[in-house]
Design a binder for this molecule. Structure first.
Ligand code: MLT
Length: 277
């Protein structure tokens, strides 16, 4: 992994390939390791960049109070500045999608395409907000296990849980690696996230929406709602996958992602194309 100082804390990231950038934003409470199968199979001419958000994976938390969506989005813009990347495709899953919306809200000029996976544009209900606050307190008092036990059964499709113990342990390990402090702060950050429904109609770059057909955390209804709101958005359901289709069905997920990337105009021209030889 590589690291760079971003807004006062070290941010670590993994990357593969060279060319046009695609920024992968992980969900909660995971880290950039969840994008391994995507980084490994990007088409030629693409540079995949997957950072660990502040406090997650190998990135430092720094001394910021709440880990909210504007904070994560700000960090990612500063991170793109550090890497000298002007415009990028942004691919966010679940909480990563909330962060992608936040990036779009404040810095649409930095985004040339969006891939919104197993996420939603709306806010939490008051009841869901209360649940997140209670969970944050429980995790702080009793540790990550409370969250893992409550969330793991909902994350993966039944077949994945039954047949793919490797995926189950990989996901549980990512969750266990996340500190209780980061979990609590990000839970509060998600509870207070702004409503992105009004933002949908302003999105004027190509958009791919993906959802695991068996996702019960962010379901097809949420995906369809986003697809209705964003002009020209394409919606792909991934069969036999729950909330983490990129891990559960990487071939189908990558096929849809790579087809979407192939349809975008190239941002980086090769030196040959611009310089006479
Ligand atoms: C995620 O996968 O990022 C979370 O399920 C998002 C959420 O809890 O809203």
């Amino acid at each position: 992994m590589m690291g760079v100082a971003v807004n006062g804390a070290d941010m670590e990231w993994r990357e593969r390939g060279t060319g046009d950038a695609i920024l992968f934003i992980h969900g909660f409470p995971f880290n950039s390791a969840m994008w391994g199968a995507q980084l490994a199979t990007l088409p030629p001419g693409w540079r995949g960049i997957a950072p660990d958000l502040r406090g997650f994976g190998a990135s430092e938390r720094g001394d910021r109070d709440i880990l909210d969506m504007p904070r994560f989005a700000d960090d990612l813009i500063a991170f793109l500045d550090q890497l000298d990347i002007d415009r990028t495709v942004v691919c966010g899953l679940s909480m990563g999608g909330y962060v992608a919306f936040e990036m779009w809200r404040h810095h649409p000029d930095r985004i040339r395409g969006l891939v919104l996976c197993d996420t939603r544009a709306g806010t939490d209900s008051p009841e869901a907000q209360r649940g997140r606050r209670q969970l944050a307190e429980k995790v702080l008092a009793d540790g990550q296990q409370v969250l893992i036990e409550g969330m793991l059964p909902k994350l993966l499709a039944p077949m994945t849980r039954k047949r793919r113990k490797d995926i189950v342990s990989f996901v549980a390990a990512m969750m266990a690696e996340t500190s209780r402090d980061t979990i609590a702060r990000a839970l509060i950050g998600m509870a207070i996230r702004p409503d992105s429904e009004p933002v949908l109609r302003s999105i004027d770059v190509p958009v791919l929406i993906m959802v695991g057909e068996e996702d019960i955390i962010t379901n097809r209804g949420h995906a369809e709602m986003m697809a209705r709101g964003i002009r020209g958005a394409r919606l792909e359901s991934i069969p036999a996958a729950g909330h983490l289709p990129n891990l559960e069905q990487p071939e189908d997920f990558n096929h849809a992602l790579n087809q979407f990337l192939a349809g975008l105009p190239r941002a980086t021209l090769s030196t040959r194309a611009v310089l006479p030889v």
